[in-house]
Design a protein around this ligand. Structure first.
Ligand code: SF4
Length: 183
């Protein structure tokens, strides 16, 4: 079965790729993450995802559009389920579903489901809704039990591991909090 795996970053993809291959799926990776700011961080994560794909012999589809204004406009006005993060998940995963359908994959999933730091239920709910609306199957797996194993694999592969989720708001929350605590 052919599965298009949305890859939020190389390290997060490590365990899902292993698990899905072990389960018999034929995996193609898909990088589409215009939520990552600033641009140098975006390029670093994109290059790391490509490095991961090369090391793991993983075919990749890359969409490297950097639609900063569009993301910020949507993020600042987000009001639906999950607010800003709900919008962020939905936009990336809907695009994944559409690419999967257009390229005749059997189903799609996402490496976001491995992280204990992401809003897991929001991601799952978004994918299930998108699956119905875009008419393409979604494979749900709770990859979180493999988080530690994934960290170990990413360190063995010497991949860059990012310190915050992605958007400029998460970067602010990561470092502003540290600065406030040290004052
Ligand atoms: S915190 Fe992460 S999931 Fe939420 S909007 Fe920012 S990049 Fe997207």
């Amino acid at each position: 079965m052919r599965l298009l795996l949305h890859i939020c970053c190389g390290p997060c993809a490590a365990f899902p790729l292993k698990h899905l291959r072990d389960s018999g799926y034929e995996i193609t990776g898909y990088f589409y993450n215009p939520n990552i700011h600033p641009y140098k961080e975006f390029t670093r994560r994109l290059e790391t995802a490509k490095e991961f794909a090369l090391k793991m012999n993983l075919e990749m589809i890359v969409d490297d559009r950097y639609t900063l204004e569009e993301f910020l406009n949507h993020a600042l006005s987000a009001s639906g389920a999950g607010g800003r993060c709900g919008m962020c998940y939905e936009s990336r995963l809907r695009q994944t579903a559409r690419i999967a359908k257009a390229n005749k994959f059997d189903c799609f999933s996402t490496s976001l489901l491995v992280s204990p730091y992401q809003k897991h239920e929001l991601i799952k709910d978004a994918c299930e809704k998108i699956s119905k609306e875009e008419d393409i199957a979604f494979l749900y797996v709770d990859f979180r039990s493999g988080w530690t194993e994934g960290v170990t694999i990413s360190k063995e592969l010497e991949l860059y591991r990012q310190p915050y989720c992605g958007c400029i708001f998460s970067e602010r929350d990561r470092y502003h909090k540290i600065r406030k605590e040290s004052m």
